[in-house]
Ligand binder design. Sequence first.
Ligand SMILES: Nc1ncnc2c1ncn2[C@@H]1O[C@H](COP(=O)(O)OP(=O)(O)OP(=O)(O)O)[C@@H](O)[C@H]1O
Length: 570
Amino acid sequence: MQRVRFSCSRLLSEQLWRRSSFTSRCLSPSFGVQSLFSSSAAAEPVVIRVPRRMQEQIENAKQVKGKSHARVPTAKPGKLLIKSKNPLHNQGVAYTLGKFEEPVLSSKGWKHNKSFGDYFIINSTQTAPPFVSTSVSKDSKEESKADGRGRAEGHTRTFSSLRLCSELVETLQNFNITHPTTVQLQTIPKLMQGHNVLCAAETGSGKTLAYLLPIIHKLHKEMQLEETTLSERRTQAVVLVPSRELAEQVTSVARDMGRPFGLAVKVVGGGHGVGNIKAVFSHGQPHILVATPGALLKALWRNLVDLSELLFVVVDEADTMFDPSFVDMLEKILSQTQIAANLTETSGPSPKAQLAVVGATFPGGVGELLSKVTDLGRLVTVKSRMLHYLMPHVKQTFLKVRGNEKVLELHQALKEHKEAEHRGVLVFCNSASTVNWLGYTLEEMGVQHLRLQGEMPAAMREGIFQKYQKGHADVLISTDIASRGLDTQRVGLVVNYDFPESRTDYIHRAGRVGRAGGSAGGHVLSFVTHPWDVELVQTIETAARRRMCLPGMETEIHKASPKTDSEESK
Ligand SMILES: Nc1ncnc2c1ncn2[C@@H]1O[C@H](COP(=O)(O)OP(=O)(O)OP(=O)(O)O)[C@@H](O)[C@H]1O
């Protein structure tokens, strides 16, 4: 009882003390609260009864004061760019880090064992992908002025304004493709003019059509000029890609687009014997050949294909193709072609081939390898504004999780995603053995899925990706084979079961969602387990917080060309 009385009196004294400091200018220094109590405290404790209501008010005031420390430090209330398990690490969309301000990272302590269970989310900040074209054509601007409106809203450029032949524009319309993406707007005119082009643009931005449309347009014009018999026909365009799945995909798009013109498109991919490659050319040469480097070299060594009349050479997924494992083969192939040195060499009676180097990532060092096979000064660069940035229209979650908990987390994510409209899920592992192991484990859990990895025999691997695209199963477990170039419109969730080993792998894997022509949104969920994963997580988080591109990937592109992005768009 005595204690209660004492604490009540102390509370009241605190209250009065606070009030006294508020009003200190009005009171003399000697007239303090302490002095008010000290004289009587020496004799007998003074009992002051505090009304219940006042006690409650004091308690409420204490609680409110305690809570104020946990308040979200966003500059303005509103949507969060970074949502973290620890609300102190949240960052609002409206908040901009100062130039010299070090971001406080949610993943700062993730090398420590205590961080298991921690997470942060990079929220999507826009619904439309950045590569959807919104530019206004000159013609439509003038039309608008002429009819007195002075505005040209909603007038975006069409494929006909790029001077593609009408049959091609019609074919595109049949596939519901009506407006070019920004990379198509910039690349198609340059290739139509006869330039060699280095095209660097985000994943899923429509680069395949950006190089195929000018090729098909030009080959169609050539066909109209001269009639050649099947036996006289020579291959006029070669598209080089790193995997047979991508070769099949590009072939399918080229066939769809070239069908009205009777263009022959063939594909040779690795993993098949020479007999198969011979069979491809048994009925003559195609107009367009899509190939992996190894298979094309086999065909060249056996004189099955003649590249003497080439008009186009395309190197797609350039950073992989300039990887040490491919670059020697690429050098050998390009040494058998005649690449034009300038514009004048791409026209006239015996034109040389135009070169298009295409990719979504050009990390440091690619420029050096590129200069081994071509003169960088001869390439006109088309570089998209958001190259090497994290995609702003895709939500990206990072979860620090123990190795033995990953399967359960994955199972939970699959269950939650099942109801989504775009039901496709792509699960990436870093090795073929993990793909197999995870496959068996999910099988036991009753999850229907397909598996794709590079160590599978060619016959087993064939058709797996097409099956997935056709919806035979909603889940595909794969190594990075499926991360390069494959079009995955039906995918709504990418899971990095193993955290990717490099920034480029992360960009390509994440790029399987949020693609042109697909539905808005998409989600990338990454499991972070090992201490050696954390450095890349921190790089990604820093880039997201600073709203900058991933560091170390931007310089080479500029070195590759004397022209700048803005010059190109003129
Ligand atoms: N102008 C367009 N309008 C609508 N959809 C388009 C357009 N151009 C391409 N697409 C579609 O966008 C999807 C992605 O295109 P594509 O595969 O060429 O992207 P990419 O830039 O090559 O991607 P990656 O870097 O992953 O290889 C395809 O399904 C394609 O049909």
